[in-house]
Design a protein around this ligand. Sequence first.
Ligand code: G3H
Ligand code: 13P
Ligand code: ZN
Length: 335
Amino acid sequence: MISYKELGLVNTRAMFAKAVDGGYAIPAFNFNNMEQLQAIIMAAVETKSPVILQVSKGARNYANQTLLRYMAQGAVEYAKELGCAHPEIVLHLDHGDSFELCKSCIDMGFSSVMIDGSALPYDENVAVTKKVVEYAHQFDVTVEGELGVLAGVEDEVAAEESHYTKPEEVIDFVTKTGVDSLAISIGTSHGAYKFTPEQCTVDPATGRLVPPPLAFDVLEAIEKKLPGFPIVLHGSSSVPQDEVDTINANGGCLKAAVGIPEEQLRKAAKSAVCKINIDSDSRLAMTAAIRKTFAEKPAEFDPRKYLGPARDSMKKLYEHKIINVLGSNDKLIEK
Ligand code: G3H
Ligand code: 13P
Ligand code: ZN
């Protein structure tokens, strides 16, 4: 059993309380490799932002949970080396699907876990979430639960259809489980294809697809039931169209990829939403930069020559999200 505190990591409690009060959201960026992690830490340090490093089940399978944990531990030291005396870095399990997985992460130094029982019948979701909370809280590890189902067409967390969170269930769920934060469904979804073209309208000026707005009425109803309680938004990539264009112009084929407009995320961040999950935008930035290098320099074969520009591009993206969308810059707790 290793405590995250020995690794210099923090849990989400204090940073969420400050974010709810301050009307901003903490970035939760997924990472699977060194370049993503370096870009996240450089961006967080330069913008003086707290940050949540997310590890999904897919990331664990790809990169190995132990290696990812040591990378996160290294990230704390790296942040200090970059000049941040007291970095606020959370290592979080994204979409944990069982008590055993959450326990294994807690035991090896994660400071926060998500138990995603959203696809289960309500009572089973309550039971498994409560079990994780009871274990996690013994070690001061914070827990995110989820109510409502996000639609998605990609990855291991996909569901056919979305079901908005029912505001009438949230008090019961939070009270019975003791969770520290609650992920909700208000129209976001995972991946780069968040809406079908049929669900969108077309902007006559640009010809781009315009997605339907998020269900802010549902968010407001949840906030009324749980004043000041930390709310989480998954599936919050915006799918920047310039990155999609760069990918498509350099041999890629992403058709009708569409995300959540950043103004809507900014609006959500000003409310009780205090954690916003972004993964796909980083994948797009990385892929666009690599494709561009391959197209422009076909003789290049040193990975640093294409992963380097990809890292620069992701860093720019993370800084933009922190400063212009989530508003978490300059929000480190003063020591
Ligand atoms: O919520 C899903 C994240 O984007 C992680 O995706 O399961 O492909 O690693 P992944
Ligand atoms: P995106 O696919 O929109 O980046 O969502 C990521 C996410 O919710 C991770 O849990
Ligand atoms: Zn998610």
